[in-house]
Ligand binder design. Structure first.
Ligand code: FAD
Length: 401
């Protein structure tokens, strides 16, 4: 006997869980499926989780509307109101400040596990969401009129529409033959938490240099000691050697890669190396199915925008489905789902193209290009109106479309 819902969401990561919470507001009946058990073990500061996300103002507002942000322990959130980006091969730098856009801050940093845990706490409190955890999608059928899912536990679910929030390696995207533009960035990102001697000044620091792309992202201080989360993108061979270094040697490399701005005292979390790939589905929807978040697109983490784009997808899809529900339209019809695709694709492509251009621009060590790049950075640094536009865009307060 199949259980009947309005929406089946596959994947209860940040993007899938937030979709379930927001859709539940419109009294839609939702099934949320994840192979994970939905329990997130939180590390104890200063061993902050190695995976953190910079959350934009717009994403924070969305998480507040879902009553998720308010539940996060404030001692696990760091606010940053300044961002400094510089070229390690020259003297060009750009300083972005929240005051430029009259915003109280540029964004917040939160550990992924902390955010995921709070999302699941909120999901569990909702009567209209049924959770299928430690379970996977075994097979599925899609059509304009009905979708059907069979889970590995043997449960059979039916609904009007299915949402693929099953991440970068989305089975729903591949099994339904979504054409996807995909290439390797030729970079692995090393992530971990470190202690630094000087204050991070509530600033996100980013260096583009011979040593790769390195970000120091502020974390809350503990007992007046200072911590940052690092994201260090380097070619795979370099990542392998950096991962093999002992703690002392790794900290020394970080000190030099950050132009000696910070004394690096130690590592408080296990290092992870994550291969980086660009992916973009050429379509986000087919009859009965919509791709969102990393299932639809992944980008280089250099501007900390992947999850923010995913939350933008959630906002747009929820608005489209709520409106269709009020009008009595069938939620899985291609006509309805294409409205979501139209609302999101241009913005997501523009952000992906921007990240690619940035990554390529800073990958070259060709002297003439390095000189031009530094001149460009200095010009940009003096152009307040351009900086205001870029900051507003990164905060999700303006769009390309
Ligand atoms: C180094 C790095 C740094 C980053 N920093 C930032 C940042 O600062 N800011 C930012 O906005 N973004 C950042 N990102 C991007 C961000 O982490 C991702 O965009 C985001 O986590 C994607 O969330 P998601 O819910 O779409 O996918 P996921 O988090 O991958 O969730 C997918 C879920 O689907 C489940 N699942 C998969 N397949 C199945 C199946 N068959 N059946 C059932 N369940 C399934 C998985 O268990 C998982 O829970 C960063 C990424 C990297 C690599």
């Amino acid at each position: 006997m199949a259980k009947s819902y309005d929406v089946i969401i596959v994947g209860a990561g940040m993007v899938g869980a937030l979709s379930a919470i927001l859709l539940a507001k419109s009294s839609l009946r939702i099934a949320l499926i994840d192979q994970h058990d939905g329990e997130y073990l939180l590390s104890v500061p200063p061993a902050y989780d190695a995976r953190v996300s910079a959350i934009s103002s717009q994403s924070k507002a969305l998480l507040e509307s879902a009553e998720v942000w308010q539940g996060i322990d404030k001692s696990r959130i760091a606010c940053y109101d300044n961002m400094v980006v510089w070229d390690g091969l020259g003297d060009g730098f750009i300083d972005f400040n929240a005051q430029v856009t009259a915003m109280p801050e540029l964004g917040h940093l939160v550990e992924n596990a902390v955010l995921n845990q709070q999302l699941m706490t909120r999901v569990r409190a909702l009567k209209s969401v049924d959770l299928y955890l430690s379970d996977t999608l075994e097979s599925h059928e899609l059509s304009e009129s009905r979708v059907r899912a069979e889970l590995s536990s043997g449960q059979i679910l039916e609904a009007q529409v299915m949402i693929a929030a099953d991440g970068a390696l989305s089975k729903l995207r591949t099994e339904n033959a979504f054409d996807t533009l995909e290439w390797d960035y030729g970079h692995h990102a090393i992530v971990t938490t470190i202690e630094i001697a000087q204050s991070h000044q509530n600033t996100a620091w980013q260096s583009f240099g011979e040593e790769g792309i390195l970000a120091f992202l502020p974390l809350p201080s503990v007992a007046q000691k200072h911590y940052v989360s690092i994201v260090w993108s380097v070619p795979p061979n370099e990542a392998k050697s950096l991962m093999a270094l002992d703690e002392h040697a790794f900290c020394r490399r970080l000190h030099y890669a950050m132009n000696k701005r910070f004394d690096v005292l130690g590592i408080t979390q296990v290092r992870q190396a994550i291969p980086l790939r660009q992916r973009h589905a050429k379509q986000y929807v087919k009859a009965g199915l919509a791709l969102i978040g990393d299932a639809a697109h992944t980008i280089h983490p250099l501007a900390g925008q992947g999850a923010n784009l995913g939350f933008g997808d959630v906002k747009a899809l929820v608005e489209v489905l709520e409106k269709a529900h009020r009008r009595g339209e069938h939620l899985g019809s291609s006509k309805v789902l294409r409205r979501y695709q139209r609302a999101r694709m241009l913005d997501n492509i523009a952000m992906a193209a921007g990240m690619e251009a940035f990554k390529r621009l800073f990958s070259t060590q060709q002297p003439l290009l390095v000189q031009l790049r530094n001149i460009g950075m200095k010009q940009f640094h003096r152009n307040t109106s351009l900086k205001r536009k870029l900051v507003a865009r990164a905060a999700g307060l303006s769009s390309f479309s």
